[in-house]
Design a protein around this ligand. Sequence first.
Ligand SMILES: Cc1ncc(COP(=O)(O)O)c(C=O)c1O
Length: 493
Amino acid sequence: MSDSFVSPLVEDLVTFRRLGHLAVDMAADYLETLRDRPVFVPMTPDERQALLTQDLSEEGIPPEELLVTIRDRLFTHPMGNGHPRFFGWVNSPPALPGILAEFLAATLNPSCAGGDHAAIYLEYSVIRWLMELIGFPQEKSMGLFVSGASMATLTCLAAARFWAAKEAGWNVRERGLQAQNPDLVLYLSEEGHGCIRKAAEMLGLGSNSLHLLPTDSTFRMDVTALRAAIQADRAAGRQPFCVAASAGTVNTGAIDPLSLLADMCAEESLWLHVDGAYGAFGKVDPQVAPLFEGFERAQSVAIDPHKWLSVPVECGCALVSDKHLLRETFSLVPPYLQLEEGKGFANLPWFSEYGFQQTRGFRALKVWMVLQTTGRQGLVQRIQHHNTLARQLASLIDAAPDFERVAPVTLSIVCFRYLPLERKGDEEGIEQMNRALVPLLQLAGEAFLTSTVLHGQFALRACILHDTTTSDDLRILLESVRHAAELSRKQEQ
Ligand SMILES: Cc1ncc(COP(=O)(O)O)c(C=O)c1O
């Protein structure tokens, strides 16, 4: 290598501008025509093979050609979540200002580990807004952006574990879980998200540390069962340390009785963690805000701007009420990172001392851009719009003779079953038909929904997160379910 080396990645800026405009046009063309296309377009075997087995180029390919490949081979087969009739899982469309912010954040490409540069100050502000929006206390707390709610949960529960050990007089960072200490117990309901279990496993607590509690008929944690479980575990010599509640379960959007749980955690000296990945921003809708009472007393909350805020993935956020404790849980500053306080690049505490990651992306910019574009009021309207649509869908289902709703609608998730007259009373047949229709509906491309199991019963599940979804789209969704059921009947014959 020598001075004659010319990097293929350093384009002249005239080309960069031209390609940038091409990319924006490509994105706009794609977004403009989205609604008129099927929600989901299955790939052909050849298309899958072509992507799976492509070779790395030897000489490099001009970016312009690569843009064409992206347009013709990738934009043709999206996941579907950009479409207003995508009702699957909890995957929102990308907010347009968020798309631009991703690009601009990459232009700066800072590491948001910490330091005295603009991105850090912006992240502090955006975290403060998020706390304020969901009613989390700000004064002594700390938050940071991570990849998603799974990572946020791991971060929060690491703090909970550190705290529990400290309370019991040992240091989990030094001794790990090797020492002979009583088993730590974490409580969650059977509707709690799988990432809590994964986090417990990764933290070395093991899934046996989880005490799974039943839910009531509205899919909320049974608090009486929780109280009994805590007593039984203590009597058995185990150490209850944390209750992981949900503010919007992934299945139905149920919100656990947070206020009662906060009382109980205070009485029992337990850490209250709330999984608000999907539902936390529901709190801005005045109609459901009272259900979140007690949220403000949680020791930690996991939230996901890449869900209801429509911030492009990935973007989760961990909030912990005791910033000193969070720092104690994670801080490790090797000599090469040490700075003299108040001098040079040193400034506000480094985010990397509050979480696992060292180099961190500038996720805050896309959240900032999305929130500043809508403003507080715009956000409230968006959330209300989605919740209203969910109640409308519930009414359509309740009024239809061939549908049955199977869970209350708290936020923007509706769970239901297709229940044709000829199958009434035939539980096995109903379940079979509902199971069979889901993939058929997805492949048909008119609408997209997914399924779940509630108290042992299979259910269709629609989650509304798209601002341009209309009442008509809801009707089309139900029609699509009927068509898919019809198709499955034909296939059966
Ligand atoms: C309630 C709930 N918690 C946690 C998660 C995990 O979030 P992520 O996929 O961002 O890691 C999800 C994802 O759907 C969720 O709905």
